[in-house]
Design a protein around this ligand. Structure first.
Ligand SMILES: *Cc1c(COP(=O)(O)O)cnc(C)c1O
Length: 371
């Protein structure tokens, strides 16, 4: 079966007289007596049938058993904190998701785990694997959208005795399947394009070796990083449209990247389909994702551009049905130029999005000329 078919049916096996997707099961305790280990559900921090259905869906797409978490960071933390011990060495992308790096700095180093970092581009993390326990990749990285070779780095990490995790948020499981490329953990913030409606936070971890699941499940119920059943049900409902959404948003993102690259007032246009190693992207990715990053001359120019947008919404996050843009340096944390903009293509008509971006860039130029 092809992706578009798989996402529609994933995790659903309706029987006669039942809905296509059962509604959310809202329960803290379940009726249960006697030996708890013999029962499917006893308490809502340990298991929930709505989680199980969504996890089955993701597991089919990821190619390995999957656990859902309360947010992308809850999923990230389950691997970073739940699978490492004092004395371990973790190799991170220096350009990876800001909160992931802050978590490593504040929570790993203080627990005696050594943290090393190198940029995603060119697979530079591969040079830091001596004695490593965990290699953490993020490709395409957020917000720089650099790409590294997962299969090559996974081979090198395994030879060095390290496990490999890939944060697959920007590509989603339809854009790239880390487990098939040799990763041990595929981690995703489902908050973004995977669910794509900007109405929930959720994350998941899929594992290649089923033995890696139990420690993550224990971590989830011990720290209580559990998702709400309603959000999980919404996520499963949204998953059915992932292929349709991704096709539209990725096509628009590519058109935007190409249009921006042709403008003299826009610099450093970043999109895996435009600035990254084309051979690697073609070999590793089936879709390039909805994000385009680019630089305007200054913070003032970027703010004027964001202010002049009429259709594209000013907002952080990405991968939703609405096109959004933000000046990234308004947050501390990312090492980006003051005029750096992260744009995410939504599901509007591409011509309308392109026209809005063009008129806002023109307005920003006029504002700068007048100043
Ligand atoms: C957003 C994001 C996360 C964190 O997801 P939350 O649901 O906001 O906790 C992790 N990794 C990447 C690459 C992200 O973009």
């Amino acid at each position: 079966m092809r992706d578009a078919t798989r996402v529609v049916h994933a995790g659903r096996s309706p029987r006669p007289g039942e809905p296509f997707l059962a509604g959310p099961v809202l329960a803290a305790p379940y009726v249960s007596a006697g030996d708890p280990s013999a029962q499917a559900h006893t308490y809502g921090r340990t298991s929930n049938p709505t989680w199980t259905a969504y996890e089955a869906a993701l597991g089919e797409l990821e190619g390995g058993p999957t656990l859902v978490f309360a947010s992308g960071m809850a999923a990230v933390s389950a691997v970073l904190l739940g699978t490492t011990r004092p004395g371990d060495v973790v190799v991170l992308p220096s350009d990876g998701y800001w909160t992931m790096r802050a978590t490593a700095r504040d929570q790993l180093t203080t627990r005696g785990v050594e943290v090393r970092s190198a940029p995603t581009a060119g697979g530079a993390q591969g040079g830091l694997l001596d004695g490593a326990s965990l290699l953490w990749l993020e490709t395409p990285s957020n917000p720089g959208l650099d790409v590294c070779d997962i299969a090559d780095l996974a081979r090198r990490a395994h030879a060095a005795g390290a496990r490999v995790a890939v944060d697959n948020t920007t590509a989603t499981v339809l854009g790239q399947t880390p487990l098939a490329l040799g990763a041990d953990y595929s981690v995703c913030a489902d908050t973004k394009a995977t669910t794509g409606h900007g109405d929930l936070l959720l994350g998941h971890v899929a594992v290649g070796d089923p033995d890696l699941l139990a420690p993550l499940a224990a971590w989830r119920s011990q720290v209580g990083a559990v998702p709400g059943p309603f959000e999980t049900w919404l996520a499963h409902r949204s998953l059915a449209t992932l292929d349709v959404r991704l096709r539209r948003s990725c096509a628009t993102a590519l058109a935007v990247a190409q249009a921006l690259a042709a403008r003299l007032d826009v610099g450093d246009v970043r999109h895996p389909g435009v600035h990254a190693d084309a051979e690697l992207v073609a070999r590793q990715m089936r879709a390039c994702g909805p994000i385009v990053s680019f630089s305007l001359a200054s913070a003032t120019a970027a703010d004027a551009f964001i202010d002049a947008l009429a259709l594209v919404l000013p907002a952080t996050s990405f991968g939703g049905v609405h096109s959004t843009a933000e000046r990234r340096a308004r947050w501390a944390g990312d090492d980006v130029a003051p005029g750096w903009v992260r744009f995410s293509a939504g599901l509007e008509d591409a011509e309308d999005v392109l026209a809005d971006l063009a008129q806002a860039l023109d307005a920003a130029q006029h504002a700068m000329a007048a100043a």
